[in-house]
Ligand binder design. Structure first.
Ligand code: ASP
Ligand code: MG
Length: 421
């Protein structure tokens, strides 16, 4: 039993979906769960749709029609016969989306976000599953909203392991044993009240890892548009190097600091059961890629992790009291309440500074609440650079001609918050 994950880029157009089919033909000779993300950049588009709906901007229908056309264009190329039941099936999902954006918002932004954005995965898996069946790759579509059960923390659903595991064993495993291939959505889950939740952006990897954990799978393969885990993002760095083998420990450190190759939550379930994770190229499926597994071979290449769209927030007690345990626990409670993750932090006697992702929806209310008790200063438009296994030459080269706002180092990790140019 194995779990495959195909991200947005691997299903971004009809040719890409056909390529998924040929990978499955070759590599899915055993029972396989296929976890699929929304097609291409659809999640971003649907985020735009939710914002337009919730904040009542006039482009709602325009975005809706754009998303609809994109999916039907792909479908027409894959399954030209428009009397195939998949056409009706897709129409129904868009009807559901239309209802969701026609009623006035009755819940929080995050609640509406999950009901609408999750449909990207529903659409993509319906198309992929129908195409595969037609291409002779027999498979069963399953709805992850009825499998991955979460609490109602919208946009960051906390998974109920016990309940989800039971559903996987009772419902998914038998289908897998009969049909050999199950196609389901990454990133989405459901609550006990039958609402949809999402697991956080890029959460499909996490879904794949959870399903592997519940099924005691032999392995997980994440198929990507890069040849494996690289020591730096080729978007920002020349001469990147592929890492052949990585321990769970190094993988979790790299992804935690922002290496976007896999979602940071992916590693823990796999590590807990010793399930290896392979990262391979869907463009060159025969190539080896990277394997992440238990070993005592620690990573010794220098890795660069670059996070853009960061902001630096400085928090100072209004009464000139020290930043000590009581202030800190208070500050952390406020961060946790607003679901803001701290990417780097530092304190002095009367000031505490943190680097966080710039996310309007979370940061504005966070700052408002902090300002009740503290003086808050912030810089937007900064970047966070993390270098693992650094040496001083590398650091000085990278910080040359840059304004470094905050800096920190441990024995093997160097971090800098840099002003964007
Ligand atoms: N489609 C979702 C996203 O873009 C989940 C994923 O791709 O993993 O964030
Ligand atoms: Mg994605």
């Amino acid at each position: 039993m194995q779990v495959f994950k195909f991200g947005g880029a691997s299903v971004k157009d009809a040719e890409a979906v056909i390529n998924v089919g040929s990978i499955l033909k070759k590599h899915a000779q055993q029972p396989t769960v296929v976890v699929v993300s929304a097609m291409g950049k659809v999640t971003n588009k649907l985020e735009e749709l939710v914002k337009a709906y919730f904040f009542k901007t006039p482009n709602v229908m325009e975005v809706f029609e754009e998303v609809k056309k994109y999916h039907f264009d792909i479908l027409k190329k894959l399954i030209p016969n428009s009397s195939d039941p998949i056409y009706n099936d897709l129409e129904n999902v868009f009807l559901e989306m239309l209802w969701a954006i026609e009623e006035s918002p009755a819940f929080t932004f995050n609640h509406h976000y999950d009901q609408i954005v999750s449909l990207g995965e529903v659409l993509s898996t319906k198309i992929v599953s129908a195409f595969l069946n037609q291409a002779g790759i027999s498979n069963q579509w399953m709805d992850a909203r009825g499998i991955i059960q979460t609490d109602n923390t919208y946009r960051e659903g906390k998974v109920d392991y016990e309940l989800s595991e039971k559903i996987v064993k009772d419902q998914l495993q038998p289908v897998l044993e009969r049909n050999k291939i199950v196609v389901t959505q990454g990133f989405i889950g459901g609550t006990s009240e039958n609402y949809t939740t999402t697991l956080g952006r890029e959460g499909s990897d996490y879904t794949a890892s959870l399903l592997a954990y519940f099924l005691n799978a032999e392995k997980v393969i994440i198929w990507k548009d890069v040849p494996g885990v690289l020591n730096a993002d080729p978007k920002y760095f020349k001469n990147t190097q592929k890492i052949k083998e990585l321990t769970y420990h190094d993988a979790i450190e790299l992804t935690y600091f922002g290496a976007s190759v896999i979602h940071p939550k992916t590693i823990k379930p796999l590590q807990n059961k010793g399930i290896p994770l392979f990262v391979r190229s869907f463009l060159k499926p025969e190539e080896e890629g990277t394997v992440i597994k238990e070993s005592d071979q620690r990573l010794n290449v220098t890795s660069y992790i670059f996070k853009t769209d960061q902001m630096l927030i400085s928090i100072q007690p209004k009464d000139f009291s020290f930043i000590a345990e009581d202030n800190l626990s208070n500050i952390f409670a406020i961060f946790s309440k607003h679901g803001v993750k701290v990417n780097m932090m530092q304190n002095s006697a009367i000031s505490f500074s943190v680097c966080v992702d710039e996310d309007d929806f979370k940061i504005k209310p966070l700052i408002a609440e902090l300002q009740d008790q503290f003086k808050v200063l912030y810089n937007t438009n900064v970047q966070l650079m993390t270098i693992r296994n650094y040496d001083n030459d590398i650091v000085s080269k990278l910080s040359e001609n840059k304004v470094v706002l905050m800096e920190q180092k441990s024995r093997n990790t160097h971090q800098m918050v840099i002003k964007s140019e």
